[in-house]
Design a protein around this ligand. Structure first.
Ligand code: SAH
Length: 358
């Protein structure tokens, strides 16, 4: 049974043609899918016989809300969704002055193994399908009764480790017959998979790119992010320069501040040196503490000190505003809290291993 939420409009057209129907029917189905309809009988402009044919061949997979935490302060809602196969994923709905935004997951688990991050604790289970990424938006819209205008692929998982599905997802949500989300309203965050950055620059020059930097020497960055062994700083930053030259777009560098690891004066200076002259913006994030990681966070004053220093050096910088501080904020914590005890299944990219399914 084909999950219709997984299909781009072109794929939907091929399917509809295969079923002996005119192509415009694909557009109609695609529009209903984008509106969150889950029942073929609700697709009122389709003939009944075709609705019946669809229900025999296709399904509309949804994500079931397993838990939701609502912030009383700022309207942030954190969801734990259960997928058809029982895997759980997290998404966070946030309200900003410019509109509603959702941070979605791209994988169940993650194999990047960043030391301070809860999402990768149990390793990778699998990449999400385009429909599973879309469901996070549709279910959050249904729950809040509000429409979402900005998508951030910054939840659990490494989006460039699931590139093909990410690509189809972006095509689906950007389509004017579907959610019609502008490319500039979509942001994808990567830990720095260089081939992915290159493909992304070619495929989606208008989509915002964020890079998790976190360290200013290979030694520090590798200790926090094993991916740095495969794509060290000089390789990563030259891919970033190439990206800005090719697309003319500013890169956002995320810098999670960890006490005693990357928050010293020398780190601040090196950070400015590394990014000097690049078309970029730095987002400083005081670490969200994760139990058992052994890492400590920094004060807001420290983050502001970094920000002011970078600004003086001509590098635009902001300190991430804390939303949903009264709910489990850190990435992956809700999922971790509900899943079985950690079973280490980390496949680091440096070792080039196959993906594990379990
Ligand atoms: N894999 C992608 C996207 C998911 S992580 C990436 O690495 O960019 C999204 C961001 O949250 C990354 O910058 C990541 O380093 C950061 N992050 C993860 N755990 C965190 C924590 N405990 N505190 C603060 N930031 C964290």
């Amino acid at each position: 049974m084909i999950n219709l939420r997984d299909l781009t409009l072109a794929e939907m057209e091929a399917l509809v043609r295969e079923m002996g129907q005119p192509a415009f029917r694909a557009k109609q189905i695609f529009q209903w899918i984008g509106k969150g309809k889950k029942d073929f009988r609700e697709m009122r402009n389709l003939p009944e016989v075709f609705q019946q044919m669809l229900s025999e061949k296709c399904r509309i997979a949804t994500a079931e809300t397993a838990a939701v935490q609502k912030s009383a302060k700022d309207g942030t809602r954190k969801y734990l969704f259960r997928l058809e196969d029982g895997n759980t994923i997290e998404s966070v709905f946030m309200k900003y002055k410019y509109g509603n935004s959702i941070c979605i997951s791209s994988q169940a688990g993650c194999r990047m193994g960043c030391a301070f991050c809860a999402s990768g604790r149990n390793g990778l289970v699998r990449g999400l399908t385009p429909g599973e990424m879309l469901s996070q938006i549709l279910e959050a819209e249904a729950d809040t009764g509000e429409s979402i205008g900005h998508i951030v692929v910054m939840g659990t998982g490494e989006p460039f480790d699931n590139y093909e599905n990410l690509k189809r997802f972006i095509c689906i949500i950007n389509d004017k017959n579907g959610k019609n989300l502008g490319m500039r309203n979509i942001t994808v965050s990567t830990c720095g998979l260089v081939p992915g950055i290159r493909r992304f620059a070619a495929d989606f020059p208008q989509v915002n790119l964020a890079i998790s930097l976190h360290g200013t020497t290979d030694e520090i960055r590798t200790s926090m992010m094993p991916v740095n062994r495969k794509y060290p700083l000089n390789v990563l930053l030259s891919a970033c320069r190439e990206y800005t030259e090719k697309t003319g777009r500013r890169i956002t560098f995320e810098y999670t501040l960890v006490n005693g690891i990357n928050d010293r004066g020398e780190d601040m200076h090196r950070l400015a040196d590394l990014l000097s002259g690049m078309l970029c913006h730095v987002n400083l994030i005081p670490l969200n503490k994760v139990d058992g990681s052994g890492f400590d966070t920094v004060s807001r004053e420290k983050a502001v000190e970094f920000q002011q220093f970078l600004e003086r050096r001509g590098i635009p910088a902001t300190v991430r505003r804390e939303l949903g501080a009264d709910i489990d904020a850190a990435c992956g914590q809700l999922r971790l809290g509900q899943s079985a005890p950690p079973e280490r299944q980390r496949n680091l990219p440096a070792q080039e291993t196959e993906r594990k399914n379990h």
